[in-house]
Each structure stands twice: as structure tokens, then as C-alpha cells.
Design a protein around this ligand. Structure first.
Ligand code: GLU
Length: 317
């Protein structure tokens, strides 16, 4: 098997050091397996789009010496690599699921959904969609979908059972389906949700291993259900620990520099930044702490990545 991994940032601002740590681990994994690294831009949340993102990804990673094989500017066999340019792919896939009976059109208004949530919250129940539109006859639903463009597509999530993953970092994790709602796959504006887009792309782009930040672990049951609905096998995945400040909160501006460009402006050497970044969340099992990129390619191992968040220490850097 040829390893194919991906770095899939959402372009919501300048390149953050936490994102670089995720791409660095993907880069090391690709290098040590003679694999391919893909850069995919996940811009389906258009409200959060920031035009500074893409240039800062290219500049920052170039400075750090982290390269990749396929991407928006490089092209490749699965182009385009920007999700907003791939809408037809997601729409086709959502339609397939409806035709297979694994997903359905939902016509519920915002007002109804808000009311439902308020009622459930007041009863201290889990707030989730109640499946009202699941019960509409599929033929009638298809007709209504023509007439009412304001619909969404939802996944039919079984009411009982569990889904589980053997995460490369966290080990076995299991979720009861009763806590998961019939998630939206396609929004009324024709854009996919993150969950649909990420699963479709990881599958059609032949991604063999998913390595990403731990904040996405709670989304895994939703993704597994989508993989299952298509009849696809989910690739192995590892959720790498968050980069934290000294107060154990996610590293942010309050703690100091977080953007790659800031470290560069402060005169930090790119070799030092890569060396230090690798150690935030990875323990080599020895006292060694000076690693070149080549050393990291030789030494870093996914099974030595730690579960606990890594604290960022400006002094140690
Ligand atoms: N687009 C997500 C982000 O910017 C990454 C999701 C993923 O890697 O699956 O954090």
C-alpha cells in the first residue's frame, strides 16, 4: 500500500503553530513511508474564510522546509484541492445516499428546529433532531425537494448500537448511537457540511491514514456513520494532542506568539521551530532533544505520540 496522508486546514486566518505541528506529523509519516502528502483546503464554511490563509500556509511551510506533493497550486490526480471548487462531487454523493435510502431530505424550518431544541433542553434531554422528515414517503420527499429548494439532506442514523474506532493515539474509543442525531450532510445552499466533505474527499482522494488534531475526535462517530452508509472502509486514524498554553487551555494569542510569521519575525530559526514543535506531543523515549528534520524522519513514531495535550513553553523553544 502506498501511504497517502493529508493536511486539511480551514482557511480562517494566518497559519497557526498548532496546525503546523499537525502537518509536520503528517509530513514525517509520509516521508518515512515513501508516501504522498496532500494539501486540501477546507473552505466550506464561507463565513469564516480569510484570504490571508493560503499565502501564509505556503510561505510559512516553505520557510519551515515542509513540502507536499499535491495541492491547490501543485495540482495532482484528484484536483481541485479546494473544497468550494468540488461542490458537485459532494452533491452527487449526497444524492447517492438519498437514492440508497441512507439519507433523506429534511424540510423543517429553522423555527421548528429552534422550538424542538428549546423543548428538549427544558426537559434536560439531549438536544437533537427528532427525525420528523425521515417518515416522509421518499417519492413525495423527492417531489417536494424540487419545489422547496430550502431543504437539507440528513443522514439516517440508527437509533441503537455503537460505533467505535481504534485510534492510533487514543486507542479504542466507542460512542453510543443514541447520542448522535441525524446529521446534516448537505446544507440548503448546496454546500456540504464539514463531515460530508471530509469523508467524501478522504475516500475519493485515496487517503490511507488520517492524522489530525484531537479536536476532531468527537466528530469521528459522525464520519464513521457516513463511511458506513457509502459502504466504504474508514482509513486508520490518529488524533494528535492539542498544543496548549501553560494554563492547559488551547494555545492562543493570550499566551503569546501563535502564528508562524511571528516566530520568524522574532528571529527564531526554522530548524529550532521544527525541532521544538515535534516535541510538543511526542516523546522520543530518550533524553535526546536536538533533532534535525532528517533525524525526525528517522526517529518520530506515531505510537510515541502522547494522548495528553502538549504544553507550549516559549523559554524551552
Ligand atoms: N479542516 C479542519 C481544520 O481546519 C481539519 C479537519 C480534518 O483534518 O479532518 O482544522
Amino acid at each position: 500500500m502506498t501511504v497517502r496522508v493529508r493536511f486539511a486546514p480551514s482557511p480562517t486566518g494566518e497559519l497557526h503553530i498548532g496546525s503546523v505541528r499537525t502537518i509536520l506529523y503528517n509530513y514525517l509519516f509520509a516521508k518515512q513511508n515513501g508516501g504522498t502528502l496532500v494539501l486540501r483546503i477546507e473552505d466550506t464554511d464561507q463565513g469564516r474564510f480569510d484570504a490571508r490563509s493560503l499565502p501564509s500556509i505556503y510561505e510559512g511551510l516553505h520557510w519551515l522546509g515542509i513540502g507536499w506533493d499535491e495541492g491547490p497550486r501543485e495540482g495532482g490526480p484528484y484536483a481541485p484541492y479546494v473544497q468550494s471548487e468540488r461542490l458537485a462531487t459532494y452533491q452527487d454523493h449526497a444524492r447517492q445516499l438519498v437514492e440508497m435510502g441512507a439519507a433523506y431530505f429534511c424540510f423543517c424550518s429553522k423555527a421548528r428546529l429552534e422550538q424542538l431544541r428549546a423543548t428538549q433542553a427544558a426537559r434536560k434531554e439531549i438536544t437533537r433532531y427528532d427525525g420528523l422528515c425521515r417518515r416522509i414517503d421518499p417519492k413525495e420527499a423527492a417531489d417536494r425537494a424540487q419545489r422547496e429548494p430550502d431543504h437539507v439532506v440528513r443522514l439516517k442514523v440508527p437509533d441503537e448500537g455503537t460505533v467505535s474506532v481504534d485510534d492510533l493515539v487514543h486507542g479504542h474509543v466507542e460512542w453510543p448511537l443514541a447520542t448522535i442525531e441525524d446529521q446534516v450532510l448537505l446544507k440548503s445552499d448546496g454546500f456540504p457540511t464539514y463531515h460530508l466533505a471530509v469523508v467524501v474527499d478522504d475516500h475519493v482522494m485515496g487517503i490511507t491514514h488520517i492524522l489530525r488534531g484531537e479536536e476532531w475526535l468527537p466528530s469521528v462517530p459522525k464520519h464513521l456513520l457516513i463511511f458506513r452508509a457509502f459502504g466504504w472502509t474508514a482509513p486508520p486514524m490518529g488524533h494528535v494532542p492539542l498544543v496548549l498554553g501553560q494554563d492547559s487551555k488551547k494555545l492562543s494569542k493570550r499566551h503569546g506568539a501563535t502564528r508562524v510569521v511571528e516566530f520568524r519575525e522574532q528571529g527564531v530559526l526554522h530548524e529550532a521551530l521544527v525541532n521544538y514543535l515535534a516535541l510538543v506531543g511526542w516523546a522520543p523515549g530518550t533524553e535526546d532533544e536536538v533533532f534535525s528534520m532528517d533525524d525526525l524522519v528517522a526517529r518520530w513514531r506515531i505510537d510515541q505520540v502522547q494522548k495528553a495535550g502538549g504544553k507550549w513553553d516559549y523559554t524551552r523553544l
